[in-house]
Write a protein that binds this ligand. Structure first.
Ligand code: SPD
Length: 279
């Protein structure tokens, strides 16, 4: 019998994975980084004792963060991804041939190095010449950037606790809005409406102050505690339910989850979420 690795979700709940082997464990300048090999979820990236992504279900998260935005933005030539040093989100971005440049801002080089070595099936686009990987703080990048504009911005942050909390601040979102082209689309992971309803609602309220179109959408990610996860689509023009069919057709074959039907379905919200958001 191996050892169990538990993530504490709240005062009442833990999620445990049975570990075959710890492949990597180190403290970087920013956080504790581990890669464990588990019997149920395959290899799992863990940061500060929180499960980040797994070989088993990463596609459910990364495809849903990337494609609703990338199939609906009028232009997708320049894409910015903040966080996501495992490489899963940029892999999905770079499936789109209309993307000319994808800038990935990751604060922690060790996350990328550990992912390249131990999770090669997740980050399969590291060598794509359109990828511009920069090891800098996303907060500083957004704060200091003056005239750079992106067609799509994807925020692939950790949870809003500890150092990752600033990635959910109004001032950070305001900076992202400044960097979006006029018709640009931003999408972000916005936590679990079941486990973290207060945080989920607060994120929506903050985004609504800045964007005229704010649309949360839901999907399953078993690794993230309650299983129900949310992302949010934001823009000041357009709407999320009119994707570009050519762009969809070009990528659907290579996706494990995302397709035309799912795109429409994920924006349908259950009553408990509608009521919490007063929709
Ligand atoms: N509860 C963990 C949420 C983590 C969201 N980001 C994961 C990064 C995967 N690229």
């Amino acid at each position: 019998m191996g050892l169990w690795y538990d993530e504490t979700l709240d005062d009442h709940t833990r999620l445990g994975l049975l570990v075959k082997e710890t492949l990597f464990s180190a403290q970087s300048a920013f956080q504790k980084i581990e890669v464990i090999d588990t019997t149920g979820f395959g290899r799992v990236l863990v940061i500060d004792n929180v499960f980040m992504t797994s070989e088993y279900d990463e596609f459910l998260y990364h495809e849903m963060l990337a494609h609703p935005a990338l199939t609906t933005a009028p232009s997708i030539e320049r894409v910015l991804v903040i966080g996501g040093g495992d490489g899963g989100t940029v892999r999905e971005v770079l499936r789109h041939s209309d993307v000319r440049e994808c800038v990935l801002i990751e604060i922690d080089e060790m996350v990328v190095e550990a992912s390249k070595q131990y999770l090669p099936g997740i980050g399969t686009a590291w060598d794509d010449p359109r990828l511009d990987l920069r090891f800098i703080d996303g907060i500083d990048y957004v704060k200091q950037s003056t005239d750079e504009k992106y067609d799509v911005i994807l925020l692939d942050g950790t949870d809003p606790i500890g150092p990752g909390a600033v990635l959910f601040d109004e001032s950070f979102y305001r900076g992202c809005k400044r960097m979006l082209s006029q018709e640009g689309v931003m999408a972000l992971q916005s936590e679990s409406p079941l486990l973290m309803m207060d945080i989920f609602v607060e994120i929506q309220h903050t985004l609504r102050k800045l964007f005229s179109e704010v649309h949360p959408y839901l999907g399953p990610v078993p690794l993230y505690g309650t299983g129900t996860w949310s992302w949010t689509w934001c823009s000041n023009t357009g709407e999320p339910l009119r994707p570009n069919p050519e762009r969809q057709q070009a990528i659907v074959e290579g996706c494990k989850a995302y397709n035309e039907d799912l795109h429409q379905a994920v924006f349908a919200l259950p009553n408990y979420v509608k009521r919490a958001l007063k929709l």
